[in-house]
Design a protein. Structure first.
Length: 122
């Protein structure tokens, strides 16, 4: 059956070459697509860390307003955090709340009523 001139021309000619080209394109497409997805995810994680570094830097400020802005930014970043990053941010927010009386004035931090709970704790 394969000795028939039609099949010999089919398997050694342009129709099968076209099929092989399509298969080769599909084989090359999927790794390239996966690589692009990984690159995007890495770029997003890098941007997340840049924002987290900024917020964590603001969290250590002596200025109450800077710490409040950092608190809000850290809460927003918590949504996209991994489990380890989330624990780090949560601990920073806890410490940020403990430091709420740094620039209040003569009032003691232990007796200050300026305590702010994170938004997810009601």
């Amino acid at each position: 059956m394969l000795d028939d001139p039609f099949w010999r021309d089919f398997w050694s000619g342009p129709p099968v070459a076209g099929l092989f080209a399509i298969v080769a394109a599909a084989v090359a497409f999927f790794p390239a697509y996966r690589s692009t997805l990984i690159a995007r995810e890495n770029a997003a994680r890098e941007q997340w860390w840049k924002r987290a570094e900024w917020a964590l830097g603001q969290a250590g400020s002596d200025n109450q307003t800077d710490r409040e802005v950092a608190n809000d930014a850290l809460v927003a970043l918590l949504n996209d955090a991994t489990e380890t990053e989330g624990a780090m941010i949560y601990r920073t927010i806890e410490n940020l709340q403990d430091a709420s009386g740094v620039d209040i004035g003569p009032e003691s931090a232990e007796t200050s009523s300026k305590w702010r709970w994170p938004p997810w704790v009601k």
